[in-house]
Design a protein around this ligand. Sequence first.
Ligand SMILES: Cc1cc2nc3c(=O)[nH]c(=O)nc-3n(C[C@H](O)[C@H](O)[C@H](O)COP(=O)(O)OP(=O)(O)OC[C@H]3O[C@@H](n4cnc5c(N)ncnc54)[C@H](O)[C@@H]3O)c2cc1C
Length: 457
Amino acid sequence: MISQTAAAAMRAVLEGAWYLDEPEDIATYSYDGFLPEFTPDAVLIPESADQIAQIMKIANKHNINIIPRGAGTNICGSSVAREGGVIMAFHRMNKILEIDRESMCAVVQPGVVNADLQKEVARHGLLYPPDPASMNVSTMGGNVSLNAGGPRGVKYGVTRDYLLGLEVVLPTGEIIQTGGKTLKNVSGYDLTRLLCGSEGTLGIFTEITVRLVPLPPAKTTLQAAYADLDDAATTVTAILAAGMVPTTLELMDRTVLDVISDYGGAQFNAQAQALLLIEVDGDKDLVNKQGERIEALCREKGAIAVDRAHTPEEANKLWQARRTAFGAVASMRPNCIVEDATVPVKRLPEIIRKVVELTHKYDLKIAVLAHAGDGNLHPLIMTDLRDKEEMARIETMLKELCEAAISMGGTLSGEHGIGIAKSRFMDMEFSETSLNLMRGIKRVFDPNNILNPGSFL
Ligand SMILES: Cc1cc2nc3c(=O)[nH]c(=O)nc-3n(C[C@H](O)[C@H](O)[C@H](O)COP(=O)(O)OP(=O)(O)OC[C@H]3O[C@@H](n4cnc5c(N)ncnc54)[C@H](O)[C@@H]3O)c2cc1C
């Protein structure tokens, strides 16, 4: 519980109205896209780095946990008050501060929604490539903190590849700058890259500078249907091995397609057991040539149908279906666990076979969705948290799947983060020495362990 003195001090910084502690005001902040709930003591909504710095000093003095939170869409439980404390939200810090056309970068506040930045830079003929499927709601602060990826990651990479600099309020209340607008910067340790993906445990981002690229003049979108899931997976590796790097290479299995159809999203080939959604962007000639080569390769690898979108509206419809996939599958049972194990792309067919094997072995209902072009798998496990016996089978299955991914040279998480969802598996991927280094870094940034404690470390 927060003492009255500390609460009064924080209220004074936030001028009263932006300190919430009524049960009906804070209930929404008790959970995120992961499942368990932890009610915070209060919610703070600051409007400046200066206010945040003052709050961090009060929090240190009174030993109050602070948990930063964007839109709360993370699915690893990294924006909840697991060990008590207050949530700090950033809806008031939602301005695009600058779009610098000459230096090809943008400076934004942490509460800016990814899609709003996308739309604004497109008006300047520019592209901000990271496009998490949650882009219509997730914030830049959350994206940086979890190093979000998205379908365009195959060609363009993830948030970290576009992050140039940060303004950060440290847990102790000092404000620092890292990086800047330069594309090259090798001065000192790279704090910007360390902070990206730190899951709200090392500092609070108050300004974010990102690199932009020219908006590609043309793109083409294809969908290839397969009667065999394995053929779809091997097509992915074949396309990359042929020296082509599409913008996106997404895979959906039959369960996902059925759910999208039932949801009214789109209709798919009745024989299809899997679908690849492929997009290529760049100059018009290159796009056309690559589109043709990819179409031929899909057929060679067993596609039973390949369709191309002929208009932006048709392409958008295909994408809309993909974007509704998670929500549609999640509506099938009371809860949905989204897995995120990732493998080197050539092992994709193997890990997909493993998911199918585990689905049967543990008698579970799992749909397979994957950012296949970068080996990032999202098995969607449909369940009911109240069913203890099924949850026990899922726990064993998750452990086996993570072990399999690591044994293939993969990682526990490609983009969703570790949070409280996967902290118990960290020693599968990291030695005690590596974990101790991470704990040491945390202590240097946050000596009193008040910033998002109880998360992945
Ligand atoms: C339907 C759906 C689809 C998704 N698709 C993708 C996808 O394609 N790719 C992907 O990578 N993820 C995806 N996600 C996961 C999630 O959307 C991303 O991780 C996103 O980056 C979280 O942003 P947020 O604003 O919701 O942050 P939150 O969930 O609120 O917080 C995420 C983390 O950021 C920290 N944080 C927030 N703001 C700050 C700040 N200003 N300073 C420091 N730390 C901060 C929090 O403490 C927390 O650790 C998806 C989720 C859903 C529900």
